[in-house]
Each structure stands twice: as C-alpha cells, then as structure tokens.
Design a protein around this ligand. Structure first.
Ligand SMILES: Nc1ncnc2c1ncn2[C@@H]1O[C@H](COP(=O)(O)OP(=O)(O)OP(=O)(O)O)[C@@H](O)[C@H]1O
Ligand SMILES: [Mg+2]
Length: 264
C-alpha cells in the first residue's frame, strides 16, 4: 500500500498553553512494498509521524493517504508496533498474540492456535505462551508485541523502535526475520529506529529527521542488493552508506541546529 504524506504539520499545546511545533512541512511518499526508516534525534517527531499515519493522532495541517484514501482513524490493514509494547496486561502471551486474529474472526480456533504457535516460535516465546506480560523482560514483551503485529499479516507495518529493547543477537535475528517475511509478502513498512546500521540494513530509503521543529533533513537511498545477507553488513557499499547516514544524523549543518534545544 502506498503512503502519501503531504505538507504535514503537527502543533501540540503545552500545559502552559504555548504552541509547540512537533512536525513541520513533512512531504514523503512511501511506495507500495517499500521499507522506509525514520531516524533522528529524540523529540524530532518520529512517533508523532507514525501515529498520524496509524490514524491515532490527527495532523494539524496537511494530509496522509494510504492506498489513495485519506487516513481518518486506525485500520486493520495497518499493523502498529508501539514504542511501549502496549500489551494487554491481563492476557497471557498467547492471548495477546491471538487478539487481532480473534477480533477479525475469519479463522477457526485451531487455525488461530497454529498461527499463534508459529509466531511465538518465530520470536522465541513458545515456552512463555502462558505467562503474563509482567512476568516477561522488556525484550520479551517487545518480541510478544512483534508476534502480535505479524500474526494478523497486515499489508502495512508501522514499527516504532520495535527492536529497541532486545539484546544485540536477538535484534539481528529479528531484522533478518523481518526481511524474510518481507521477501514473501512485500509489506510496506515504516520503521522508526535510532540505529544507523539497522536503518541501512533494512531499508530502501532512510529518512533523516531533525528537530525544532521536527522535519525531514534528507533522504538517503540504500540501493543494496536483496535479499540482504549477513555478509552484506561487511561490504564496502554497506559501510559507506552507513557512514553517509551516520554523518547526516550526527553532523547536521550548523544553520539547522536551533539554539533553543540541542540535546540529542
Ligand atoms: N501529546 C503531546 N502533547 C504535547 N507534546 C507532545 C505530545 N506528544 C509528543 N509531544 C512532543 O512532540 C515532540 C516529538 O515527540 P515524539 O514522541 O514524536 O518524538 P520522537 O522522535 O519519537 O522521540 P524519541 O526518539 O525519544 O521516541 C516532543 O518534543 C514531545 O515532547
Ligand atoms: Mg518515539
């Protein structure tokens, strides 16, 4: 599904009544089946932008269209993985992963169980199927949220730092699983990350954002061959793309740095 973001802006009212420009003049088109990463300093509006595409936050100006239709609220075709896992605390891991399938109601009980088992296996949580979220580590909760989003096979995935809390080895394995799944389904993916390696490895394009106000600084194409393999991470092309993105993220042009807030 194509995503078309045009002239998008978001202003929040701070408690004192002061207006805060979280996003300004965002123009971005994600092609059907494209993986686009958003990277940039904390507070540059990545989550806000993702939530607007998800239909959970209303923009102040501009429009978002998904597959040619304006976004007016959340929809089952857009799977969201939140920065804060957002699991149902009273449900077991299995029930959390099954939730979306049950809501959709188009599969028998045994089919649902098979899909849930397959996805729990994928994220290494089979042994914790009957545990409650509070019994899981942060990384395990995140893997549970990933299994839940994948289980309904959305045609579009909006992922907010989905691998942020998992250990380095699991993270690499989840990146590979994401791309393996993508090779089969060609899901359109918008992927928020702070990790330059991850952005370059996964994406077709990396969108580097800046803050005060939140905006797009530059977009870097990562035209590396697919399917992407472990060895690719060591290739000169990968290393130079990673350096290019790193420079954009860490060395913004001086005139773009606001004196109001320079924290990362
Ligand atoms: N509901 C809200 N009310 C007021 N301000 C908000 C609200 N949500 C976000 N903001 C502000 O908008 C800015 C962007 O927030 P956002 O969460 O989108 O950043 P982010 O790029 O996802 O940061 P991080 O990398 O830390 O997750 C921040 O300055 C934040 O304080
Ligand atoms: Mg965020």
């Amino acid at each position: 599904m194509e995503v078309r973001i045009a002239n998008l802006g978001k202003v929040f009212r701070r408690p004192g009544g002061e207006a805060f420009i979280a996003l300004e003049q965002i123009d971005l088109v994600c092609a059907e089946g494209e993986i686009v990463s958003l990277i940039g300093p904390s507070g540059c509006g990545k989550t806000t932008l993702l939530n607007i595409v998800a239909g959970l936050t209303e923009p102040s100006t501009g429009t978002v269209e998904v597959a040619g239709r304006p976004v007016t609220g959340p929809g089952p075709e857009r799977g969201v993985i939140f920065q804060q896992y957002a699991l149902f605390p009273w449900m077991t891991v299995r029930d959390n992963v099954e939730f979306g399938l049950r809501v959709r109601g188009d599969r028998s009980r045994s089919e649902r169980t098979a899909v849930v088992d397959q996805h729990l296996e994928m994220v290494g949580l089979r042994a914790f199927a009957d545990a409650l979220p509070k019994e899981l580590s942060g990384g395990m909760k995140q893997r549970c949220a990933i299994a839940r989003a994948y289980a309904v096979e959305p045609v579009m995935l909006l992922m907010d730092e989905p691998f942020g809390a998992v250990d380095a080895l699991t993270r690499v394995s989840l990146q590979h699983q994401l791309l393996e799944t993508w090779e089969k389904k060609r899901t359109t993916i918008i992927f928020v990350t702070h990790d330059v390696d991850e952005a370059v490895f996964l994406s077709h394009r990396v969108v580097v954002m800046g803050k005060n106000p939140g905006r797009i600084n530059t977009i870097i194409e990562t035209d590396l061959p697919r399917p992407r393999t472990q060895e690719l991470r060591l290739s000169p092309d990968f290393v130079s793309l990673r350096a290019a993105v790193w420079r954009e993220v860490h060395e913004p042009a001086p005139e773009l740095v606001s004196s109001r807030d320079t924290s990362i």
